[in-house]
Design a protein around this ligand. Structure first.
Ligand SMILES: Nc1nc2c(ncn2[C@@H]2O[C@H](COP(=O)(O)OP(=O)(O)OP(=O)(O)O)[C@@H](O)[C@H]2O)c(=O)[nH]1
Ligand SMILES: [Mg+2]
Length: 674
């Protein structure tokens, strides 16, 4: 099947968890006759939520590519998870689309998942359309939800195109303010106001239309939809639709609006490459696509998901991965509906297609029909905010676990695997407890390995606050020849880092043993005397010593310098340093008090507060040691309405009362080991 770009619409369905996104996607597939029976999340028959993990959770974890044909228009769309910990999936999808349908639950109103979707789409200049769902529910309130989004995003921005008639159980239909002429009395005023605002938006986005409108001309539906599309693309309008997926009300109007109001894939005209050059979007010419998702599981194998930006891709062709600078070969080009695949004859701009078993193509790569060095900027993913140390439940399976986790991290850019060189732990970084527990399950079910999670060791460091002199004489007489070395050294603080100075005069330590002295110091610095942590910001000057013609050896000098270093450190007022994270917490207003109180309690320093897209943003600096469980703590403090980002900022001194406990614990563990 070949479809031209003007008959393709590419969009993402996003919003807060449980608002009915997946249900909406299943219903659209059914209404468009892409499936014979309507899939259901609750009955585990959803086309979109097809993995066992999602069916167990009754909620989406992955973004899923779907498609259907509606009014001779091919919808290529993605269902996304609303839950914040799976945001990597949502970002990848939004970065590759032309519009975002933000689904809201009419009872719950604007949730954090919807705010996040709005923000991501707005930052990328992607049009937004609201669908206020679940209007059949008790306590569902269209007007209240509408007022809420108008309050945050603007009264003339969020304008209803459809309005519900009736409430809760009596909600039976919607009216379309652009199409319908007669409105029930209780909503006639709202409908008139909405129509006026829509016409204003149309007029404002197009000067010629504005003049005709002001002249009193009654603009036809076609002119209106062209004008509305302009306003939507400019971001000055985010039309609002009402409905209930369960009762199949209002979804047809939404689908028609997707045809009429979502810009076609070439409408943007051009797209910037990473180097600033512009690609003129066209159905012909050199083809370009962007990889926004990869999957490797036993349902669908190893697949890379592409969004075509320009030109047309064909099956069984050689293509060029411009990011990796390597040739690749496309076999079958697949159109996906969840786990169901069907081959495509060609993929035009706007199309989403998948290809199996590529050599080296990964998320964020640009693939073209011919060789090029031009690539699109890679999607930016948030840093993971939660971390666990991982060990194998069965010894000997460490390698297998590490390999499986590395594979997962290739497909999920919000997962990071790290072999920490200071604490020697294998660390798994993710977005929260649920995200990490999905990874644990995947390894168990698919890779058949079990891992044990424990709190990560905080990579404290040690340094000194004054100068110290150290000395050690190593002397042992064992049987044959003995061991002898004597070292004098001085340590002093060095804000610039580490320096080793050889200040020996007159050969008291012969030149050939100085490297051994330096090695001894380096070894001692890797496991500092306070709590066994890496020592930093220090100058070590070796200035005297003694050697013996027969008994001195490299080993003796290493032993002596290690001990001399420890001696010097102990006299130089050593302190512990801890990693400090820059933290950004985003919460609704009502949680501000709890959040700031908690951050203070965590030894945090609040740096500032501001408002972004209707949510409060607190920035703070907090020790890493206090943040290990923050993802779950924030969730319970805010009923899931808060989110946060964090990244390492710097090392800072651990307050002495806290340091004392850390040092005592370390000393106790050392005596145990002995
Ligand atoms: N009453 C009512 N329930 C609905 C409606 N739409 C969806 N639901 C139910 O709401 C629940 C959540 O629906 P989903 O479609 O899984 O929601 P989602 O937005 O995909 O949620 P996540 O995948 O967790 O982000 C399910 O039990 C649906 O049956 C609706 O219009 N009315
Ligand atoms: Mg879902």
């Amino acid at each position: 099947m070949s479809e031209s770009a003007d008959r393709i619409r590419n969009f993402v369905v996003a919003g807060h968890s449980s608002s009915g996104k997946t249900s909406l996607c299943d219903l659209m597939l059914f209404k468009a006759k892409a499936v014979e029976r309507c899939g259901s999340v609750d009955q585990k028959t959803s086309v979109s939520d097809y993995t066992p993990e999602e069916q167990e959770k009754l909620s989406s974890i992955y973004s899923t590519a779907l498609n259907c044909l509606w009014k001779e228009t091919r919808f290529h769309f993605m269902d996304t998870p609303g839950y914040g910990e799976f945001i990597g999936e949502t970002i990848g999808a939004i970065d590759a689309t032309d519009a975002v349908i933000i689904v809201l639950d009419a009872k719950e109103g604007l949730g954090i998942g919807a705010s996040r979707a709005w923000k991501m789409a707005k930052e990328r200049g992607i049009p937004r359309i609201f669908f206020i769902n679940r209007l059949d529910r008790e306590m569902a309130d269209f007007q209240k939800t509408l007022a809420q989004i108008q309050d945050v995003y603007g009264q003339t921005v969020c304008v209803p195109v459809t309005i519900p008639v009736g409430k809760e159980a009596s909600f039976g239909k919607i009216v379309n303010v652009l199409r319908d002429k007669d409105f029930p009395q209780d909503i006639a005023k709202d409908a008139a106001l909405a129509k006026e605002r829509l016409m204003d938006a149309v007029a404002e986005s197009d000067e010629a239309l504005m003049a005709r409108y002001l002249d009193g001309e009654n603009l036809g539906e076609e002119q209106v939809s062209v004008g509305l599309q302009k306003a939507i693309r400019a971001g000055s309008l985010a039309p609002v639709f009402a409905g209930s997926v369960s009762k199949d009300i209002g979804v047809e109007d939404l689908m028609n609006a997707i045809v009429n109001l979502v810009p076609d894939p070439l409408a943007a005209g051009s797209r910037k490459f990473e180097n600033g050059d512009e690609l003129k979007l066209s159905a012909d010419g050199q083809a370009y696509a962007y990889v926004f998702k990869t999957v490797s599981d036993h349902f669908i194998g190893n697949l890379a998901f592409f969004r075509v930006l320009s030109g047309t891709f064909k099956p069984d062709t050689e293509v060029y991965n411009a990011t990796k600078r390597e040739k690749e070969r496309f076999g079958t080009i697949l159109m996906m509906n969840g786990k169901n695949q069907s081959p495509m004859q060609s993929a035009a701009p706007g199309a989403i297609f998948a290809v199996a078993k590529l050599k080296s193509t990964g998320i964020g790569d640009t693939v073209s029909s011919a060789a090029t060095d031009k690539v699109f900027a890679k999607t930016k993913y948030p840093n993971p905010v939660m971390c666990y140390a991982v060990t194998a439940a069965k010894s000997g399976e460490e390698e297998k676990i590490s390999a499986a986790l590395t594979k997962i991290a290739e497909n999920d850019k919000t997962v990071k695997i790290e072999h920490h060189h200071e604490t020697h732990e294998l660390l798994l970084h993710g977005m929260g407890d649920q995200h990490i527990s999905q990874i644990v399950k995947k390894l168990k079910n698919i890779n058949k390995v079990e891992m044990v999670l424990s709190a990560q060791k905080i990579p404290y460091r040690e340094t000194i606050t004054s100068v110290g002199d150290g000395h050690h004489r190593h002397k042992k007489q064992t049987g044959g020849h003995g061991q002898f070395a004597e070292v004098y050294l001085k340590v002093s603080p060095n804000p610039a880092g580490y320096e080793f100075k050889n200040d020996i005069f007159g050969g008291s330590i012969p030149r050939n043993f100085v490297p051994a002295v330096e090695k001894g110091v380096a070894e001692a610095m890797a496991k500092g005397p306070l709590a066994g942590c890496v020592v930093q910001n220090i100058t070590v000057s070796v200035y005297d010593g003694k050697h013996h013609e027969v008994d001195s050896s490299e080993m003796s000098f290493k032993i002596a310098s290690r001990a001399a270093f420890k001696d010097a450190m102990s006299k130089a007022k050593p302190i512990l340093l801890e990693p400090i994270q820059k933290v950004k917490v985003i919460v609704p207003d009502e949680y501000m008090g709890d959040i700031t109180g908690d951050l203070n309690h965590k030894r945090g320093r609040i740096l500032g507060m501001s408002v972004e897209e209707g949510l409060q943003v607190v920035t703070a600096e907090v020790p890493l040691a206090e943040m290990s469980k923050y993802a779950s703590e924030l969730r319970s403090m805010t009923q899931g309405k808060g989110s946060f980002e964090m990244e390492f900022d710097r090392y800072e001194m651990v307050p002495s009362n806290v340091a004392r406990t850390i040092i005592e614990t370390y000393k106790a563990s050392q005596t145990e080991e002995e």
